[in-house]
Design a protein. Structure first.
Length: 94
């Protein structure tokens, strides 16, 4: 059963309670005898290092990922088909 402390005691001895929780102990903080919060150890991430190259071999992209056709298809999905009936849609070079 985890130890139960009242809020005043938790405020007074917070640093020590955090150290105890970090060491693996579970502490319940109560107000007027009613449990309100639980202080538990933080789950550590796995020992695998994350950073540059950590996703190597897990992500790929198509050869044509940056082709004009692909870019146009993506733009069409975001903005719809271009409206060539308005003068604003025409290039200045035309």
């Amino acid at each position: 059963m985890p130890e139960q402390v009242n809020i005043h005691e938790a405020k007074t001895h917070f640093s020590q309670l955090v150290d105890r929780a970090a060491a693996g102990e579970e502490i319940v903080i109560a107000k007027a005898g009613q449990p309100r919060a639980r202080l538990v150890p933080l789950e550590r991430p796995s020992g695998r290092r994350r950073g540059y190259g950590s996703m190597r071999g897990k992500i790929w992209h198509a050869e044509d990922w940056d082709s004009p056709e692909t870019n146009d298809a993506i733009a069409e999905q975001f903005f719809g088909l271009p409206d060539t009936s308005t003068p604003d849609a025409l290039d200045d070079d035309e």
